[in-house]
Write a protein that binds this ligand. Sequence first.
Ligand code: MN
Length: 265
Amino acid sequence: MMKSLITPLVTNDDGIYAPGILALTAALEREDLNPMVLAPDRERSSVGHAITLTRPLRVWSAIEGVYPMSIRAYCCDGTPSDCVVLGLDELVPEATWVLSGINNGPNLGDDLTYSGTVSAAMEGVILGRRAVAVSLDCHRDHERLHYEAAGEIVVRLLRRVIQSSLPSGVLLNVNIPNRPLAEMKGVMVTRQGKREYADKVTPLTDPFGRASYWVAGRPEDDLVEGSDVWAVAHGYVSVTPIHMDMTHYDSMMYLRDDGIEKETF
Ligand code: MN
């Protein structure tokens, strides 16, 4: 049933040979979903929604043997969002879904606008497709990465949402705890929470004695019940519906009440 309803374009921001996208593609292939892969040729995490305007892009086939023969897999020297534009405009215009991931690490709270994974799904929505971004809540100190379990969860969620009445323009941001299937607590529909970064800039000295700076930071979560950060911290698969409208509607009223529109020129 799914097969007739979905032709997925699969991308990510960790690069075409990352274990997460391989696990996602394998899970889709097991369901006979005929995924088509177009992903960056290298890691492009945290590039956000960037599109490459200043040079042409090249597309080539993935190294033979990494993906099953039955899967069309290409890489590109652009960003995740470049891959979605190229994929939907040139390579698979028939694709009705964009699946992005499975990202190595969570995309929660304030991560969303930095995330290449989520931005690629957003680009799919902008281009009129349905889209899901998927991330594994894994951390450096985790010994095992449960991408296979996450792939299985994506397939199960897709079965449910394919025929759902989600409005167009909405993507799903899915974050999956890094644990075996049997240890997942369940699925929770969540809202975007608060994840801020402390100590964003680390000053360093390069080998020539010059100052340099590493921008990264340590995440600090505000564990409010019902938020995405809370759900994965408590072992739930977090599903957040996201849309592009960043307008803060209450503030429109405040600005008008303050008389800003009375300004004359
Ligand atoms: Mn990434």
